[in-house]
Ligand binder design. Structure first.
Ligand code: NAP
Length: 652
């Protein structure tokens, strides 16, 4: 067992001691087991607890913290002085004990391989594709994949196909890689998953300047990764795929591409992978008169950086994750800021949301073997399946409909207290700030107090009256109040459930994908669709998560599965792989049944997770481990594999 890319320690004892002051101690103790070989460190009186709302140090007492730091100093000094050698790796039972220790939970046995892989505990890049050697280079080069989109998912697909030696090309509508992190440049835009988890598992970055980095930092990460893997030369930028038709005779997709200047071109591919995200077609609200407004108006995802906001009367419509981030940024410069709120978000206390990562912590991540891995592990468990029970409905729950179980009610109580404690002398705001839907019904936002502080500024007002219409220069609410504004900013989200629009896909027998879906997109494991052989969707239907996890995790699972499907094609000499309809339908039934039992699926919640038919078409309703297991490799029994039809060459 090794740890990759560690730097040797040249710092003196006092510098090491200073860094240790900023450690996440449960992760550091686990790392020390690797450094010393002494598993008794996690068998004594120090037992971190799952402390989602604590300071993250597992509830350790002051004495335990001091003891841990002293132990760590001695162990790291010894590791430095002996020339950075490590004792034999801990055995499986110890790894299991370390997981329980760091998480403060009793992690079920089945999770161990999943988590070991996620943090690459055994070194290397465990998710790197390893195709059967029997698949020749020629086979790989002759199989061409067209990837649509060069955001986080498309880049990942490109990296993995490149590693597998499969031919591929990418089309991207923007002029650069990065997808959502390129398009969203609104003030305050930042990731709301901690970066030490929100990064590719095989491309950890130990120098994240903040725990939740800003958009410019994220886009540079994705650009760096694109550069490292030489992706840009495979991408045709400012080019959209507008249509793809499946040619059943040749088992190929024929795609029509359109460049920004309107030129069209046809290309062929054995498979198409769409990686177009769920959240990149901005949605303007369906409000009467919206087109009449004569002032400056724009959507958060198309931020108008030329618009003058200083001294202006600004209206923001929406209080979702985007508005939550930009309202506190623009509030100080507005003359007057009206925040039109239909539904408040749940605020999750995150004191370090805007904080820099301490230099000492960065040092530990880069120098102490296995510290970065255990830190990622802790975040991963804490923020993924560890949270799942809080958002699962109890069928026997007979409390108010603002919660779905006793655990969910407990969480609600904590969050209500946290929110109201931030509001002084404003009963209307105190009432407006508390959601009437269960925690987990919508994506909660990470809060360090700046949101409610902004809403309590003298120049800011929250308007909860429904909007009746927009006029040339005002927003009119249902109570008849006319509020004149100079600037209108829409934080109103995206056409999330209109998957793969506006592209056209014609599958077997000329079936149109959007007609088949009829406004209710479904896929098997979010990726494959009956009648559409060799089409793979990334971040497709039912692969979003609300509270538990990062989309990068899902994309990594999807990429492995898609490459597995390509491997299956090449290994079996088949040219088409298509999911069986009964497999697809049975899967969707299970998904629907479970979504109905989750906080976001209950009838009292409306959100972008539900499509026009009221079905939760966005979210994965099971624990992450279930997606991981289901996507390790495609089960050939789930698919129809076809060989290429004999082509009849007409006699001349
Ligand atoms: P959103 O969550 O869909 O929020 C849209 C907001 O607009 C909601 O408050 C909605 O109210 C309101 N709205 C829509 N139509 C309206 C109307 N006609 N009148 C009044 N209000 C209206 O959109 P978003 O904030 O852009 O976020 C979308 C998703 O992007 C998030 O859930 C998250 O997954 C992702 N995101 C992530 C980050 C991050 O990682 N930091 C940042 C931003 C976004 P209702 O709730 O009542 O519908």
């Amino acid at each position: 067992m090794t740890d990759n890319n560690l730097l040797p320690i040249s710092e003196d004892d006092s510098q090491i001691a200073k860094a240790i002051e900023q450690a996440h101690l449960p992760s550091l103790i686990a790392a020390l087991v690797h450094v010393t070989g002494d598993a008794s460190l996690v068998k004594g009186d120090i037992k971190p607890v799952y402390d989602f709302f604590g300071d993250g140090q597992g509830g350790l007492t002051d004495e335990q913290r001091a003891r841990t730091k002293a132990l760590a100093l001695e162990a790291i000094k010894a590791y430095r002085d002996r020339g950075h050698t490590l004792p034999p790796a801990p055995d499986k039972a110890t790894v299991r004990a370390l997981m329980n220790f760091v998480s403060g939970a009793d992690i079920p046995e089945g999770y161990i391989p999943f988590l070991v892989e996620e943090i690459a505990l055994e070194g290397g890049d465990p998710k790197e594709p390893r195709f059967a050697p029997s698949i020749s280079d020629t086979q790989r080069k002759n199989f061409h994949v067209l990837i649509v989109g060069a955001g986080m998912s498309g880049m990942l697909a490109a990296i993995r196909l490149k590693q597998a030696g499969i031919s591929f090309s990418v089309v991207e509508k923007n002029a650069d890689v990065g997808g959502t992190w390129l398009e969203n440049t609104y003030p305050g835009c930042r990731v709301d998953n901690p970066n030490h988890m929100y990064s590719y598992s095989f491309e950890p970055f130990h120098d994240w300047p903040q725990h939740f980095s800003t958009q410019p930092v994220l886009i540079s990460y994705f650009r760096r990764v694109a550069e490292k893997y030489g992706l840009k030369k495979f991408v045709r930028f400012e080019t959209e795929m507008v249509e793809a038709r499946f040619d059943e005779v040749r088992s190929l997709w024929r795609a029509k591409l359109r460049t920004k200047d309107g030129r069209e071109e046809s290309v062929e591919a054995n498979a198409v992978v769409t990686a177009v995200g769920q959240l990149n077609r901005p949605k303007l609200p369906d409000i009467k008169g919206i087109e009449k407004f004569k002032g400056v108006a724009f959507h958060s995802a198309r931020w108008n950086h030329d618009a003058e906001l200083k001294g202006k009367r600004i209206a923001v419509i929406g209080t979702g994750a985007s508005a939550f981030q930009f309202v506190p940024e623009i509030a100080p410069e507005a003359k007057e800021l009206l925040v039109f709120q239909r539904t408040p978000p749940w605020l999750g206390a995150t004191p370090n949301y805007h904080e820099d990562v301490a230099e000492g912590k960065k040092w530990l991540l880069k120098h102490v073997p296995f510290y970065a891995k255990w830190y990622r592990f802790w975040l991963f468990w804490m923020l993924t399946d560890g949270l799942y029970p809080f958002v699962q409905a109890d069928p026997g729950w007979n409390g108010p409909s603002t919660a779905i179980s006793a655990t969910n009610q407990g969480l609600r109580d904590i969050l209500v207290q946290y929110t109201t404690a931030q509001i002084a002398n404003d009963d209307a705001l105190a009432k407006a700030a508390i959601p009437d839907y269960p925690v987990g019904g919508k994506r909660s936002v990470r809060d360090n107090g700046v949101w409610l502080a902004a809403l309590q500024r003298p120049n800011v007002k929250v308007v909860t009256q429904p909007i009746r219409e927009i006029t040339e220069d005002a927003v009119v609410t249902a109570d008849g109040a006319v509020r004149k504004v100079d600037v209108l900013i829409y934080g109103t989200g995206f056409y999330a459930s209109n998957f793969l629009e506006p592209m056209t896909f014609k599958g077997r027998g000329g079936v149109d994908l959007h007609e088949q879906w009829a406004g209710d997109a479904r896929a098997y494991l979010g990726m494959t669709i009956p009648n559409f052989p060799n089409l793979f969707v990334m971040y497709g239907p039912n692969t979003n998560i609300v509270v538990n996890g990062s989309i990068i995790f899902f994309s990594e699972c999807e990429t492995r599965y898609i490459l597995g499907a390509i491997e299956l094609l090449l290994k079996t000499g088949s040219s088409e792989i298509e999911v069986k309809k009964d497999v697809h339908d049975a899967f969707n039934e299970k998904v629907d049944a479970q979504n109905a039992r989750m906080a976001w699926g209950v009838p009292q919640v409306t959100s972008w997770y539900k499509n026009q038919k009221g079905r939760v078409s966005q979210n994965w309703p099971f624990p992450l481990i279930d997606y991981w297991k289901a996507t390790l490799a495609p089960d050939p029994g789930d698919f129809i594999l076809r060989k290429k039809k004999e082509t009849v060459v007409a006699a001349e």
